[in-house]
Design a binder for this molecule. Sequence first.
Ligand SMILES: [Zn+2]
Length: 248
Amino acid sequence: MLRIETYDDVIQFSLQRKFLHYLVAQVNAFLVDGLLVDTGPAFLGKEMLSACQKYHLQQIVNTHHHEDHIGNNALLQREFSLPIRAHREALPVIRQPRENLDMSLQRRLLWGQPVMAKARRIGNVLRTPRYLFRVLPTPGHSPDHICLYEEKKGWLFVGDLMVEGHAKLFFPVANQQLLLESLKKVALLTPSVIFCASNGVILDGYRFLQKKIEFWERKLAASSIWEKKEAMELNYAQEHNKRRTISL
Ligand SMILES: [Zn+2]
């Protein structure tokens, strides 16, 4: 199922997988001034193609290599002759997903298998007829993750930087410390509106980001306390064993 909503100049495509009327997974792609940010999963190719035919698409950017973001690259590229750009590390997967994308059966059944598309490395900025986007490397969710920032509007397209819901189960954060650093980096821009693959349009973007940062700071602090406690217990056990050996 595909739902279309709009905010200002931005069109949101909500791509949903349902099972027995229950929503099992959802991801959002966005179209702004001819630029399509992510293409959704292959399973919803027919719906995505039909939705895109209503608009004038000029280029595609993939925020990262996961199959729910690159799934219709080939289909849309073939239909509209679009260039695709992404982070250097995402290119091997986009160009040869069968060989380079390690998908579980569950993910394959949920989203479908992307097919080969042509793509090139994205630069530091990206232009559309009316907007200028800064390209920000934001690793953490995946090493090849990028965000796009339009300064005049205060718009930040975050892909899966703030992934939530079902997607968290299928795509665990690759590096939590890097994710926190990436969140802090984009927060410095004080974005006003965030366009998120999980949460859609977030109008109070900066506050939402702060909450995410606080969440990850607490989580990482707790895990570091836990690691220290485990190390102390291990040390104690080793010392205890030594004492027992001596007393024998
Ligand atoms: Zn992802």
